[in-house]
Design a protein around this ligand. Structure first.
Ligand code: ADP
Length: 737
């Protein structure tokens, strides 16, 4: 190899070594830099860790001091709690889940009276053993082992019921155990010795009080009974004595003896009843009875008294309520007698009203029942609101000057209340002093027989009734009762008003005794005016000759106070007459207005053979009134009449028709046939025109044309009975011809 080659080779080697050196140096520098960075990071970390350690150390210090404070607080709370528990008069103990005593207060431990073993650490079973072994608990004849077993069972139960034990010294301790969530049991031992003693004393006192009250009541009951027998003798003998020949003075004495004796008997009966109830000796006798009849009988009994005091005695028995129930009729009557008697006693004017309403009750085992409300309302002296509650007490009367003049024992309401309560009902009163009172009882009684619906079904003829009754309450009751039966009612307070309001009425119910014109006079006036609708007279007494329905003015008389059965019977009895007319065919109604008597006679002769009802009006005004009450199918109208003439009357009639009802043909009758007149007459609302002298055929033609549906043809086939034809003539008319 040449030198040059060798040199070149050496240079190349040197260059390579140099490059390698440079490369290694660069690597070394990079490693150095990395190392530097790492060292820096490490030192940062050390700094921050040191700071954290410092913070934690601070926190530790703070927590430690908090803990000390908390510990101190817990200690105080525990000390206070324990102090409180120790001061309890009652025993307190805590057991753990293994039934080992953890703590107990003095009261609890004191029962064991110095026994060493009785301290925390002892188990419940050992305590039970100690209680029996040492005779601390008084278990009487019970076997100690059995007692312990029972007590342990109870203790282990989930929710032990409180248990009362008796200690050797007679003290009663009530044990109450409460199990906590972690199995701990808190046991309270309450000393209830005093409570038990009071309870015993109270029971004893109550028994003694009840015994003596019963003894007193039965003494009273016996006494009253014993007094009653001789008193009956006194009263009876006084009565017999009065039948012997006595001087006036002697009679007065005997009468006084009898009256005083009777008054005394009433009082004794009250006392007897009251004591019987108090002594628990009164039993109710359930039997079927007629409530409605019972009420009506009482009303009848009191009627004479009411009349002499000038009081209206009224009954409002629910139209839809049955009358037969099961209950103790004697006692129901006694309560009602009492309430009604009081109402009569404390009322000097106005009315006394007995109202019976019922709601269907539950249909129980014993069949259908009804919830009855019976109220006795009066318009008497009333009761002050502060006395109202007091009057149901025994021997309680409202004491004031107003009341002092009334006699009584003050037992009536107390007895009524007891009786009603015995019947399972309620009694109450609502009253306004000076205005009146309303006493009510509510009873639920089994219905013995339901109401026969047929009773309430009226024949179709009665649709609209006119009630004439000056007394508001009576009128309202009648309106309600008829309304309940589906009859449309129109009410007025006097006969005069009634006569004005007859239009469309099928039936009149009128009070008998009214001022100005009474019920009989009203009936008579109706007949005189040709009205034929039945009249039912409501009268305090029935059967006087004057009211005899046979006389024809009235069709039925109902005795006041109006009872439901009487009212229904009267309605049924008069209905057929109406029904007959309403149903099939009735006779046509013809009205003729004519002032001249002879002309009336002529007219009536002309239609004599016809099957019609004829009414005459003697002037225009009467024609208008009759048009309303008689409801004619056709009117024959004389034109020249004194007072209101035919044209004017026609105008009135047309005005009435405007207010309802169809057009009724009106035929003019005039003496002077003049052409201009005819136009004037027909222009006044008349439909047809006849000139006098009248012709039979023309009249018949008009009547026949006017026949409405439901009316018989005017030509009668047979005229044998004569009853159908009404000539509308009186004897006077005939005589005048
Ligand atoms: P008595 O009527 O025998 O005094 P009650 O027990 O029947 O006894 O009534 C108690 C009292 O209640 C009566 O004295 C009277 O003051 C009052 N009282 C009862 N009913 C009425 C009534 N309808 N109106 C006013 N006061 C009445």
């Amino acid at each position: 190899m040449s030198l040059a080659n060798k040199l070149a080779e050496e240079r190349r080697a040197r260059l390579a070594a140099q490059r390698l050196l440079e490369q290694k140096q660069a690597e070394l520098q990079a490693a150095n830099r990395k190392l530097g960075k790492h060292a820096m990071r490490l030192s940062d970390e050390i700094v921050s860790t040191r700071a954290e350690v410092e913070t934690v150390r601070d926190e530790n210090r703070r927590v430690k001091s908090d803990l000390t404070v908390a510990n101190q607080k817990v200690e105080i709370a525990e000390r206070r709690l324990w102090h409180s528990i120790q001061t309890f008069q009652d025993g307190f103990a805590v057991f753990d889940a293994e039934s080992v005593l953890i703590a107990a207060n003095h009261a609890w431990l004191s029962v064991f009276d110095g026994l060493e073993e009785a301290r925390p650490g002892i188990r419940y079973v050992e305590i039970l053993q100690m209680l029996t072994d040492e005779g601390i608990v008084d278990i009487g004849e019970t076997d100690p082992a059995q007692w312990r077993e029972r007590m342990l069972d109870r203790w282990q139960g989930n929710d032990p019921a409180p248990e009362v034990i008796r200690l050797w010294n007679g003290a009663y301790i009530k044990l109450i155990d409460e199990r906590g969530q972690d199995g701990d049991v808190v046991n309270l031992a309450l000393n209830i010795t005093d409570t038990i003693r009071y309870e015993k004393e109270l029971k004893e006192a109550r028994r003694r009080a009840e015994d003596s009250s019963r003894a007193k009541s039965s003494f009273l009951a016996n006494m009253s009974h014993e007094i009653r027998t001789p008193m009956n003798g006194v009263v009876g003998m006084a009565e017999l004595l009065m039948e012997t020949g006595l001087t006036t003075e002697q009679r007065l004495y005997a009468d006084t003896i009898r009256n005083s004796g009777e008054a005394l008997l009433v009082i004794i009966n009250d006392v007897l009843d009251y004591s019987k109830i108090e002594a628990g000796k009164l039993v109710l006798h359930q039997e079927p009875f007629d409530l409605e009849r019972a009420v009506l009988e009482l009303v009848m009994l009191m009627q004479a008294n009411a009349r002499s005091k000038g009081l209206d005695l009224l009954v409002d028995y629910d139209m839809f309520l049955p009358s037969r129930f099961t209950g103790d009729p004697g006692r129901v009557r006694q309560v009602l007698t009492n309430l009604m008697g009081n109402a009569m006693k404390f009322t000097s004017e106005g009315h006394v009203l007995v109202r019976v309403v019922g709601m269907p009750g539950d249909a129980g085992d014993s069949g259908e029942t009804a919830r009855l409300h019976i109220t006795v309302e009066d318009t008497g002296i009333g009761i002050a609101s502060d006395k109202v509650q007091h009057i149901f007490g025994e021997f309680n009367q409202v004491e004031d000057a107003q009341n002092r003049k009334f006699e009584g024992t003050g037992l009536g309401l107390a007895i009524s209340k007891k009786l009603v309560t015995l019947m399972g009902g309620d009694i109450w009163v609502e009253s306004i002093e000076g205005r009146g009172s309303s006493f009510g009882i509510a009873l639920t009684l089994p219905v013995e027989a339901p109401l026969d619906p047929e009773l309430l079904r009226l024949p179709p003829g009665i649709r609209r009734a006119l009630i004439v009754e000056p007394h508001d309450t009576s009128r309202t009751i009648l309106e309600k009762q008829l309304g309940a039966l589906g009859v449309e009612t129109r009410a007025c307070t006097s006969a005069a008003e009634a006569l004005e309001r007859l239009e469309g009425v099928d039936l009149v119910l009128s009070d008998h005794h009214m001022q100005a014109m009474d019920g009989m006079e009203l009936a008579e006036a109706l007949r005189e005016r040709g009205h034929e609708m039945p009249v039912i007279l409501l009268s305090p007494s029935t059967g006087s000759a004057e009211q005899d329905p046979a006389r024809g003015f009235v069709q039925a008389v109902v005795q006041k106070p109006v009872s439901r059965p009487d009212l229904l019977a009267a309605l049924q009895s008069v209905a057929p007459e109406v029904a007959e007319e309403a149903e099939a065919s009735r006779a046509m109604r013809v009205l003729a207005a004519e002032d001249n008597r002879t002309n009336r006679l002529v007219f009536s002769k002309m239609v004599q053979a016809l099957d019609i009802k004829l009414e005459f009006a003697e002037d225009g005004a009467q024609a208008v009134a009759l048009f309303q009450s008689f409801r004619p199918d056709i009117v024959f109208m004389d034109i020249s009449m004194p007072g209101m003439d035919g044209k004017e009357a026609t105008a009135h009639i047309r005005a009435i028709e405007e207010r309802g009802g169809g057009h009724v043909p009106i035929v003019a009758m005039t003496a002077h046939a003049m052409d201009g007149d005819k136009a004037g007459i027909l222009g006044s609302g008349l439909d047809h025109y006849l000139t006098k002298p009248l012709r039979k055929d023309a009249i018949l033609g008009h009547i026949r044309d006017a026949r409405p549906a439901g009316a018989r043809p005017p030509e009668a086939e047979v005229q044998s009975d004569g009853g159908r034809t009404n000539t509308g003539l009186s004897g006077e008319d005939i005589a005048a011809t």
